[in-house]
Design a protein. Structure first.
Length: 76
């Protein structure tokens, strides 16, 4: 069980890093303040997820991942 948790955390961290790179690229291409604000919100959520991982706060992590998923779906 511990290995599954560690693998899941590692996968989430890798995904967040990929998203960070994507967000930075999108931010540089954003044309409106609304686009910039939306991307910055996604970046802030990713940072909060990293903090929750580091603190091993599963409840906060679950909530933040749900928020990130909802935000990504809204921005499609």
């Amino acid at each position: 069980m511990e290995n599954v948790f560690a693998d899941t955390i590692k996968s989430i961290e890798e995904t967040i890093e990929r998203q960070r790179l994507i967000y930075e690229s999108l931010l540089s291409k954003a044309e409106t303040d609304e686009q910039k604000e939306s991307i910055q919100r996604l970046m802030a959520l990713s940072n909060s997820i990293n903090e929750a991982i580091n603190k091993k706060d599963i409840t906060a992590l679950n909530k933040l991942l749900t928020e990130l998923s909802d935000a990504n779906n809204t921005n499609k």
